[in-house]
Design a protein around this ligand. Structure first.
Ligand SMILES: C[S@@+](CC[C@H](N)C(=O)[O-])C[C@H]1O[C@@H](n2cnc3c(N)ncnc32)[C@H](O)[C@@H]1O
Length: 329
């Protein structure tokens, strides 16, 4: 497994309790932390309490040192509710971490957190360049919520008033952009089967809107466009969207998960794949990475670009038909 060198410190974050701060410049795409949970939680309080009781004394000490904003609940449960990160999108299970649970919130985050099920670790990746000394901030809310919705959610679940740059000064323009993104996003699935061109246009409109508000959150829309083009046999443009998707996905989630070691067929090449299926492409990228680079994840950016170039060529050979006219990225 690749070693992750610590590039952060946990210390006082004025007005927020403790927080995580960069100890050196961190580049977008770098893996900041890959951490195993102290303990897992489920919606069943009794089960959760049992898991906490069964922790080692050292883990228990770390756990009970964490922040708790739910003083109306037993401490063990309050800490779980304050600090639990879900085990994947929409999961009702969560886990609490000694370090990752110290990361404070921003509606304009500079990291993305993701659960990787095979190594059973939480990964924190920089989604922006982070200057030494800056606070490392993730988002506790789901994407595309207007200021009022975000504030209500954060107050109800985490009992604080967000003072990030997006919340401190209300911006009706920002909220209007978020509303439009949400509307277009909801229109993509129903349009995809009957009006693929229109759905691709929605994707393009969303990408343009996202650019006006900082550019985060593009990955899922690249995936939508890739799927629509692949579904219609427009492999030329499917490949172009897949390139964008891969770059964006790997920047957000990295290639650090051991699941790619386990599932990886090192003989697999993109030319042997029928469609540019993302998990397989990730396995392939990981295999090249492990074969060719004996490097820290911090050099991952350079690798991604060279791998994408080789993948482009291979896909062009394997799938190189002319597109059926869906719009280019
Ligand atoms: C998961 S903990 C984060 C680490 C915590 N600050 C600590 O001292 O361990 C979540 C809690 O941190 C505080 N917090 C997180 N982000 C904040 C922010 N942007 N502004 C104020 N407080 C925040 C809130 O009390 C929230 O309930």
């Amino acid at each position: 497994m690749l070693a992750v060198q610590q590039c952060y410190v946990i210390k006082e974050a004025p007005g927020k309790g403790l927080g995580m701060f960069a100890t050196r410049d961190i580049r977008r795409g770098e893996c900041i932390l890959a951490e195993s949970p102290l303990v897992y939680g489920t919606p069943d309080f009794i089960e959760t309490q049992r898991a906490i009781d069964a922790m080692s004394p050292a883990d228990k000490e770390s756990y009970f040192a964490l922040h708790n904003v739910h003083s109306d609940l037993p401490a063990a449960i309050g800490i779980m509710k304050t600090n639990g990160l879900p085990l994947g999108v929409d999961s009702v299970e969560c886990a609490v971490y000694k370090h990752a649970s110290r990361i404070n919130h921003s509606c304009d985050p500079n990291v993305h957190h993701a659960w990787h099920s095979r190594p059973r670790k939480e990964y924190i990746h920089a989604i922006k360049d982070i200057a030494a000394g800056s606070e490392i901030l993730t988002s506790y809310t789901v994407e595309f919520k207007v200021r009022e919705e975000r504030m209500t959610f954060l107050q109800q679940h985490f009992m604080f008033e967000c003072q990030c740059r997006l919340c401190a000064t209300p911006s009706p323009e920002y909220d209007e952009t978020v509303r439009r993104i949400k509307i277009y996003s909801d229109r993509i699935p129903p349009c995809a089967s009957l009006q693929p061109r229109r759905s691709i246009q929605y994707v393009r409109d969303i990408l343009a809107l996202l650019d006006t508000i900082g550019g985060n959150g593009k990955t899922r829309f690249y995936y939508d466009a890739y799927q629509i083009c692949a579904m219609y046999g427009d492999y030329n443009f499917a490949q172009k969207w897949a390139d964008l998707l891969l770059e964006s996905y790997i920047m957000d989630e990295g290639l650090d998960g051991d699941e790619y070691d386990v599932t990886c067929d090192t003989e697999m090449t993109p030319a042997r794949m029928n469609v540019p299926d993302v998990p397989h492409v990730k396995s392939f990228l990981r295999a090249i990475y492990r074969r060719q680079f004996n490097a820290q994840p911090s050099s991952i950016g350079c690798f991604i670009y060279s791998a994408i170039v080789s993948i482009k060529k291979s896909f062009a050979l394997a799938l190189g038909r002319e597109g059926g006219g869906l719009r280019a990225p």
